[in-house]
Ligand binder design. Structure first.
Ligand SMILES: C[S@@+](CC[C@H](N)C(=O)[O-])C[C@H]1O[C@@H](n2cnc3c(N)ncnc32)[C@H](O)[C@@H]1O
Length: 342
């Protein structure tokens, strides 16, 4: 049995044993479209960096690539960059990611494009500085495909999945910053509850935070499955057909550990400076906290003419083939000229 399937089997056993931790009378909230749903393949091979690119043709339609420089703020497995490079022979892409594993994988996948793609290891909140270092003032367009990739979620060692046993880490860039465990240790019960409430939109955050801190104090918080167990102890097990009770808490901790919303806010702030007049920004978000920020930025700032009044969603066919695409919302906007014209 592969390492991954051992983890998966352990995870299933843990889920089954959690059922015995149900608190009488505790009803688990029903699924919401906006909950990050984990759909990990039990036999996924983490050695192969495979991420199914979401809404590829819709992103290319929005960007309408032409000759010039583009930014892929989240290159991941390289799918959107590849689509931009294929769409126009004069297009080149500055491909950013904070995850060195993703950069290595996309560099290998996109080798055939030679110097039409430049890889930069950085967080996209620093996109303006990254372009400055390359001597680029503005670009014809930018795509950001937010959140984590399937290989990041599938890799037990990253601790992002409540279905796989691993360290309570959750960092996209595993070389720096605080892990989720560090965060849990550092925060008070109340501050931990605030993180879970704010970023996970979890209304049972106080109970959950107390249970997590109790597990920590009792020496019972070593792995992601321990973390899930502490959550289940607080709120009860998964209801048949429902969303896992750990979903929102894991999402909240991951967003906090990676500063995901702060990063997005910084990106949205600098976008008007780096997208040339007539250029396009296309942003794919996967939960309401992100989508709200993107919607507000494209709506409120005079720099933008919206290309999508309502966010675009994945086609039925894509949603059927790629579960992750089901929660995707694509918003695109055109950078107006100095005179306010698109
Ligand atoms: C959903 S994946 C992108 C997948 C890619 N579009 C593709 O088609 O393969 C998101 C990627 O963005 C990266 N990422 C997330 N937040 C980031 C940030 N603030 N700065 C840089 N990279 C980030 C993650 O490490 C991950 O590799």
């Amino acid at each position: 049995m592969s390492e991954v399937s051992v983890h998966a089997t352990r995870a299933i056993e843990a889920i089954e044993s959690d059922a015995q931790l149900a608190l009488p009378g505790v009803v688990v909230e029903s699924a919401s479209e906006w909950v990050w749903a984990e759909e990990v393949g039990e036999e996924a091979d983490v050695a192969d960096f495979v991420h199914a690119t979401v809404m590829k043709s819709e992103v290319v339609d929005a960007l309408r690539p032409r000759a010039g420089a583009y930014v892929d703020a989240t290159v991941g497995g390289g799918g959107h960059t590849e689509a931009i490079l294929e769409a126009h022979p004069g297009a080149r892409v500055i491909a950013l990611d904070r995850d060195v594993v993703a950069l290595d994988a996309s560099r290998a996948k996109l080798a055939r494009f030679g110097d039409r793609v430049t890889f930069v290891r950085t967080s996209f909140g620093r996109v303006k500085e990254a372009l400055g270092e390359l001597g680029i003032e503005s670009v014809e367009g930018i795509v950001a495909d937010l959140g984590v990739s399937s290989p990041q979620l599938d890799d037990a060692a990253r601790g992002m999945s409540f279905r796989r046993e691993g360290p309570i880490d959750m960092r996209m860039d595993m070389t720096s910053g605080e892990t989720a465990m560090d965060l849990i240790e550092r925060l008070s019960d109340d501050d931990l509850a605030d993180v879970i409430f704010r970023y996970g939109e979890e209304h049972r955050s106080r109970r959950i935070a107390r249970s997590i801190k109790r597990a920590l104090a009792d020496g019972q918080l070593g792995t992601t499955l321990d973390l899930r167990r502490a959550i289940v102890r607080a709120v009860g097990p998964v209801r048949v057909g429902g969303v896992d009770p750990a979903t929102r808490t894991f999402q909240g901790l991951r967003i906090a550990v990676n500063g995901e919303l702060e990063e997005l806010e910084t990106l949205l702030d600098v976008l008007p400076d780096i997208v040339a007049p007539g250029g396009v920004a296309a942003i794919l978000s996967f939960h309401s906290l992100e989508d709200r920020l993107v919607k507000r930025a494209f709506h409120d700032r005079v720099a933008w003419q919206r290309l999508t009044n309502k966010p675009l969603v994945a086609s039925e066919e894509e949603a059927a083939n790629n579960p992750r695409s089901r929660s995707a919302k694509l918003r695109a906007a055109c950078r107006c000229s100095e005179e306010g014209e698109p």
